[in-house]
Design a protein around this ligand. Structure first.
Ligand code: NAD
Length: 258
């Protein structure tokens, strides 16, 4: 039923084997998609090697650097897609960043620099990538981003990232409204807490997970694979009528009032 054969998918945000993007890449590959992978370059090339070794079994046909704060790298990544694939069907936006000062302590104390950087990387990057993806999604397409309930409700320590996610979720709606006439769908997955590199920077992530395990209807949090399965569904024709939505993959936590 879920067949992505013949679809070209660009996956951003793989840092290591705990990354949600890694769970998504595996499920897209299993469904038959042809993968392209971006990595965040660093001076010593450590991320590149780590991500390259990790994704090798999935045979990505494109593997390129893409720091979303770097215009040249964004242009170059989508230029490579145009040259090698000619068209893009799926864009997975699975990245975020906030300085430590934005993820604990007093919200009112967050600096202008930290605020701007976080929203640039975590929120604007979706809009920027959608701009480059649009002309390549000639046969329509699906854009999926990752968000968290901390973008609609106050979660202790999520602070700055909550603002970034609120902006991201609204960007999903505005992009969906614009791109719908090109048969490009834009949706977000609001995932339950999962231990990853990024989430470990949020103060008290383990407490969040334990809280979800007690309160969520399913009495547990979710896995990368479960998020990956929902992403594959949102990228497939099975979800052809869904756009502009935030789908909760959180073991039901979001419905609970207490
Ligand atoms: N882990 C959770 O509990 C959870 C829950 C809901 C949503 N999310 C969201 O899932 C997404 C993926 O996070 P994760 O938890 O898998 O952590 P992760 O650390 O594995 O992934 C974060 C990614 O962001 C990338 N990144 C940071 N700055 C970048 C930049 N300037 N340019 C390009 N890439 C950059 C990193 O390289 C990394 O690959 C994020 O949007 C996060 O907010 C995570």
């Amino acid at each position: 039923m879920l067949d992505l054969t013949g679809k070209n998918a660009l996956v951003t945000g793989i840092a290591n084997n705990r990354s949600i993007a890694w769970g998504i890449a595996q499920q897209l590959h299993q469904a038959g998609a042809n993968l392209g992978v971006t990595f965040l370059p660093d001076d010593k090339g450590r991320f590149e090697k780590k991500v390259r070794d990790l994704v090798e079994p999935l045979n990505p046909s494109i593997f390129v650097p893409c720091d979303v704060q770097n215009e040249e790298q964004i242009e170059s990544a989508f230029g490579t897609i145009a040259d090698m694939w000619g068209k893009l069907d799926i864009l997975i936006h699975c990245l975020a960043f906030a300085d430590k000062e934005g993820l604990s302590g007093e919200f009112s104390g967050i600096s202008r620099e930290a605020f701007t950087k976080s929203l640039d990387i975590s929120t604007y990057s979706l809009v920027r990538m959608a701009k480059s993806a649009k002309p390549l999604m000639k046969e329509g397409g699906s854009i999926v981003t990752l968000t968290y309930v901390g973008g609609v409700k106050v979660i202790p320590n999520y602070n700055l990232m909550g603002v970034a996610k609120a902006g991201l979720e609204m960007s999903v709606r505005y992009l969906a409204a614009e791109l719908g006439s090109h048969n490009i769908r834009v949706n977000g997955i609001s995932a339950g807490p999962i231990r990853t590199l990024a989430s470990s920077a949020v103060g008290g992530i383990l407490d969040m997970i334990h809280h979800v395990e007690q309160v969520a209807p399913l009495k547990r949090t979710v896995t990368q694979t479960e998020v990956g399965n929902t992403a594959a569904f949102l990228c497939s024709d099975l979800s052809s009528g869904i756009t502009g939505q935030i789908i909760y993959v959180d073991a039901g936590y979001e419905i609970m009032g207490m």
